[in-house]
Design a protein around this ligand. Structure first.
Ligand code: KG4
Ligand code: ZN
Length: 356
């Protein structure tokens, strides 16, 4: 049995959780989040300086609450984990310094976690998590990627967005439609009564230099421009903006693109399990369509639990327990943070000579 305290501060959610692993099963003993979204919403997006300050204020209290709720003193924990990359540097620094300080004070190993590894691990918090091999669609505010996880857990990125991430497209289009930040939940709500077929929108493809398309890659910038043109055209009608139809048509095209390319990749690679994680994986329409179309194709779809799709610390704990179990490792207390770092290159986070 192993237990970790996990911290997440990579963007605009401050979070702390205690997660336990026993007989291979994960249990979230406590999980606390302080969202800064309302404060950032007035600026239409995340303001890095405000994010760092709010993490500093919120984190000590969240850690106390998480330990109290779990009913455990720090001395009962096997390790302290924190997200160290990728993300906003100032924001990451708050969780990383806090985690390293607690680890040093209480003489516990520090486990540095890659944010995308944490999103990938979020599916392990489901009631019946899938076993690899499988394909993961990771869709968040910063990433849209198709990643194959082989039977031994080795990752291979097969597809990616060449411009905006899917969540970023939701956020930018929401702003265009006069909806609040974050755009995903706002568009989902506005789309409920809308006609998904009213507006024809492009399913951005990425051309190969020698002709044809990359089958598993994404591009959302053309869709964003098409929405801008559509909104401009609607404004000339001298009628209220058909918000529900615009939101529904946009949401559906994003869902179709994500579902089509993920299932095509599964079929080409003969994979029969698909996992979906990240903030955009909270989208109800996407969850329904991926399940339904996966079932038609004989693909078993596993979704991260709804409460662990958007940023949280329980998924950081899940990733840390995976590391502790498989390698019994720890990170150097001199490790800093990095705005960017490839997911495939996590090994240096556990070397005694840290890469950043
Ligand atoms: O994973 P996440 O919390 O943070 C990043 O690592 O980026 O993802 C945040 C993104 C935002 O772009 C937000 O608009 C989107 O996830 N999102 C959604 C929904 N909930 C959050 N997108 C579509 N539908 C949702 N229900
Ligand atoms: Zn995230």
């Amino acid at each position: 049995m192993a237990k970790v305290l996990a911290l997440e501060t990579s963007c605009d959610e401050s979070a702390a959780a205690v997660v336990e692993q026993s007989d291979g099963r994960l249990q979230v003993l406590s999980h606390q989040i302080a969202s800064q979204i309302e404060e950032h919403a007035q600026w239409g997006g995340v303001v890095p300086e405000i994010a760092s300050r709010r993490h500093v204020e919120a984190l000590p209290h969240l850690i106390d609450q998480a330990l109290n709720e779990a009913g455990l003193p720090i001395s009962d924990l096997d390790a302290i984990a924190a997200t160290v990359t990728p993300g906003l540097v100032g924001a990451l620094m708050v969780g990383s310094v806090t985690g390293r300080t607690l680890a040093a004070l209480h003489n516990r190993p520090f486990i540095a976690i890659h944010h995308l590894e944490a999103h990938l691990a979020s599916v392990r918090l489901a009631l019946s998590p899938p076993a690899p091999p499988y394909l993961v669609l990771l869709v968040s505010g910063g990433h849209t990627e198709l990643i194959r996880v082989d039977a031994t857990g080795v990752l291979e990125r097969l597809g990616r967005s060449h411009d905006d991430a899917a969540g970023e497209a939701f956020d930018k289009v929401a702003r265009l439609l006069g909806l609040e930040y974050p755009g995903g939940p706002a568009i989902q709500a506005a789309a409920v009564e809308g006609d998904t077929t009213r507006f024809t929108l492009p399913k951005g493809r990425v051309s190969k230099p020698g002709g044809g398309y990359y089958p598993y890659d994404f591009s959302f910038s053309g869709l964003k421009t098409a929405m801008l043109r559509q909104v401009e055209a609607c404004r000339t009608w001298d009628q209220p903006l058909p918000l529900a139809d615009l939101a529904a048509s946009f949401q559906q095209v994003v869902v179709d693109v994500l579902v089509d390319r993920s299932l095509r990749c599964c079929s080409d690679l003969r994979l029969t399990t698909l996992v979906m994680v990240g903030g955009v994986a909270a989208n109800q329409r996407l969850r329904e369509c991926m399940h339904a179309r996966g079932a038609d194709q004989g693909v078993e779809v596993h979704l991260a639990p709804l409460s662990y799709c958007t940023d949280n610390a329980a998924m950081v704990g899940a990733a840390a327990l995976g590391r502790l179990q498989s390698e019994a490792i720890s990170s150097s207390l001199a490790l800093g943070v990095s705005a960017r770092w490839a997911l495939e290159n996590c090994a240096p986070l556990y070397q005694s000579n840290p890469p950043f």
